[in-house]
Design a binder for this molecule. Structure first.
Ligand SMILES: Cc1cc2nc3c(=O)[nH]c(=O)nc-3n(C[C@H](O)[C@H](O)[C@H](O)COP(=O)(O)OP(=O)(O)OC[C@H]3O[C@@H](n4cnc5c(N)ncnc54)[C@H](O)[C@@H]3O)c2cc1C
Length: 433
C-alpha cells in the first residue's frame, strides 16, 4: 500500500489551494514548499467543471486572481499567464474585466503546471482524515492520517482543506434516478448523456444564475424541448451589483465582518445575499427575457417560468419523472411530468462531509475556525487543520469567492509558519506507515 509523509497536505486543487501553494512558494521557507503536497481527486485542474460552458464569464475582476492583491509582482498572476501564453494583447483588446470561465480555468491549470516546489498529485480522492494519536495517554495528536479511495495514505502534520462545498440535492428529489437528474456541478460534463429525442420535457429547479445557465443551454441544445424553470421566488432577479456594497468583498472587510456582533453579521449576510445568491447577471436576465418575448411573438414558446412553488415530492411513473409542486400562494398541489430534471439548487450550507467526519474523529462537537481559518481542535493537538471556502458565517459572504483568495492564503501561511515552531508529536498508529 502506498504511503507518504509530508509536512503540509492540501486537499483539493481548486483556486483556494492553488493560491495557498503560490503563497507557500513565495512566503515560506523552501523546505516547507518542497514538503507541500496538493491532492486532487480529478485528473486535471478545471474551474467550475460542471458549469464550464464556453460563453460563461467570471463575475469578478481578473485582478482578483490567485495572487495579485497580495503580490502584484508575482509570476503567478493572471496577467503573466496571458503574457506567457501569448494572449495578453487579445485580452486587453477585449476591454473586459471579467474573463471567460474557460480562461480562468486555463489560468488555474497553468499555475498548477508552473509551481516550482509544491507538488500536485491527481486522481487522488481523499475519503477520510483521522488523527494519529501519540499513544502517550495525553490525547496528543501531532499528525493526520489521510486516506484515499485507492487505499493509499498520506501522513501530514498540517492539513488545509479546500475541497469546495457539497452539492445540495433537495430531500424531495433524492429518489430521482441518476440518469434522470443532473446537478449543476455535473451539468457540462453529463449534458452529452441526454438523448435529444427523449429529453423533450426538461425541468430546471432553482431561480439563480446556475439554473438560468442550464435552462438557456438546454433550450439552445435541444430545439424540440420544452424547458420549465421551477422556483420558490416571485421571479428571476438581477444580482445586486452596487459598487458600494461590492466594497464589502474587499479582503480588508473580513476583519470587520469577523469582529462584528452576531446581529450585525446576520444583517450583513442577509443584505448581501443577492450580491452572490438568488440572482442572475443582467446579461443572462436580458437574454432569457428577450428569448421568451420573441418566442411569444412567433408562437414558439418553449420556456416557462413556474414561480412561488416548492417541489414537495418526486417519483417515477410510466418512465416519467413526476414532480408534485406545492403552490406557495394557494397551497394547491399539482403534478407535472418531465423527462429530465436539472438541479440549480446550490450547495449544502453546513460544513462539507469530509470536514464533519474529521471533526467527529477528533471529538469536536461544534466546528469552528479562528480568524486565521484554523479549525478549533483539542488543546493536546499540535497537528493543524485550516479550512478554506466554507467560512461564510464567520468570515463573510466573500469567503467562497475568488475575491479573498490571495490574502487568505497569506494569512494561512503566516499562521502555519507560527505553528510549525511547536514541538512535533509523532503518532503511534503503526497502521499509518
Ligand atoms: C457555477 C459557479 C460559478 C462561480 N463563479 C464565480 C465567479 O465568477 N467568481 C468567484 O469569485 N467565484 C465564483 N464561484 C465560487 C467558487 O466557489 C469559487 O470561485 C472557487 O471555485 C472556490 O474555490 P475552492 O478551491 O475553494 O473550491 P472548488 O473550486 O470547488 O475546488 C475544490 C477542488 O477540490 C477537489 N476535491 C473535492 N473533494 C475532494 C476530495 N475528497 N479529495 C481530493 N480532491 C477533492 C475538487 O475536485 C476541486 O478541484 C462560482 C461557483 C459556481 C458554482
Amino acid at each position: 500500500m502506498r504511503y507518504q509523509e509530508v509536512e503540509l497536505l492540501a486537499i483539493g486543487a481548486g483556486p483556494s489551494n492553488l493560491a495557498l501553494a503560490v503563497a507557500v512558494e513565495e512566503l515560506a521557507p523552501a523546505e516547507l514548499a518542497r514538503n507541500t503536497l496538493i491532492v486532487e481527486q480529478r485528473d486535471d485542474v478545471v474551474w467550475q467543471r460542471g458549469m464550464l460552458m464556453p460563453w460563461t464569464q467570471s463575475q469578478v475582476s481578473f485582478l482578483k486572481d490567485l495572487v495579485t492583491l497580495r503580490n502584484p509582482r508575482s509570476a503567478y498572476s493572471f496577467v503573466n499567464f496571458l503574457h506567457a501564453t501569448g494572449r495578453l494583447d487579445q485580452f486587453i483588446n477585449l476591454g473586459c474585466f471579467t474573463p471567460y470561465r474557460m480562461e480562468i480555468s486555463d489560468y488555474l491549470r497553468w499555475v498548477a503546471r508552473t509551481l516550482r516546489d509544491a507538488r500536485i498529485e491527481y486522481g487522488r480522492r481523499c475519503v477520510a482524515v483521522r488523527p494519529n494519536h501519540t499513544g502517550n495517554g495525553d490525547g496528543g495528536v501531532g499528525e493526520w492520517i489521510v486516506e484515499f479511495a485507492d487505499g493509499s495514505r498520506v501522513v501530514s502534520r498540517h492539513l488545509v482543506i479546500g475541497a469546495g462545498r457539497d452539492p445540495h440535492i433537495p430531500a424531495a428529489l433524492a429518489g430521482v434516478p441518476r440518469d434522470r437528474m443532473i446537478h449543476s456541478t455535473e451539468f457540462a460534463v453529463r449534458m452529452g448523456e441526454l438523448d435529444p429525442d427523449r429529453a423533450r420535457r426538461i425541468a430546471v429547479i432553482g431561480g439563480a444564475q446556475s439554473a438560468a445557465e442550464m435552462l438557456w443551454t438546454a433550450h439552445q441544445a435541444f430545439p424540440a424541448a420544452h424547458c420549465t424553470m421551477v422556483m420558490r421566488s416571485i421571479g428571476l432577479n438581477a444580482y445586486e451589483i452596487s459598487k458600494f456594497t461590492n466594497e464589502l468583498f474587499y479582503p480588508s472587510f473580513v476583519d470587520e465582518f469577523h469582529n462584528a456582533l452576531p446581529d450585525a453579521r446576520e444583517q450583513l449576510l442577509r443584505e448581501m445575499h443577492r450580491t452572490n445568491y438568488s440572482g442572475l447577471s443582467p446579461d443572462m436576465l436580458d437574454t432569457l427575457y428577450r428569448q421568451m418575448y420573441v418566442d411569444r411573438l412567433t408562437g414558439t414558446e418553449r420556456i416557462q417560468m413556474v414561480t412561488m412553488v416548492d417541489v414537495a415530492d418526486a417519483r417515477m411513473e410510466d418512465g416519467d419523472v413526476v414532480l408534485t409542486l406545492l403552490d406557495r400562494k394557494t397551497g394547491a398541489r399539482t403534478e407535472h411530468r418531465y423527462d429530465v430534471v436539472l438541479l440549480g439548487t446550490g450547495f449544502v450550507k453546513q460544513m462539507p462531509g469530509i470536514v464533519q467526519d474529521l471533526a467527529a474523529a477528533a471529538g469536536v462537537d461544534e466546528i469552528s475556525v479562528d480568524r486565521h481559518y484554523r479549525m478549533g481542535l483539542p488543546a493536546s493537538y499540535t497537528a493543524t487543520c485550516h479550512l478554506q471556502g466554507v467560512n461564510e458565517a464567520t468570515h463573510g459572504i466573500a469567503d467562497s469567492l475568488l475575491s479573498v483568495l490571495a490574502i487568505r492564503a497569506e494569512e494561512i501561511v503566516a499562521d502555519l509558519l507560527t505553528h510549525r515552531r511547536a514541538p512535533r508529536l509523532v503518532g503511534s498508529a503503526q497502521s499509518a506507515r
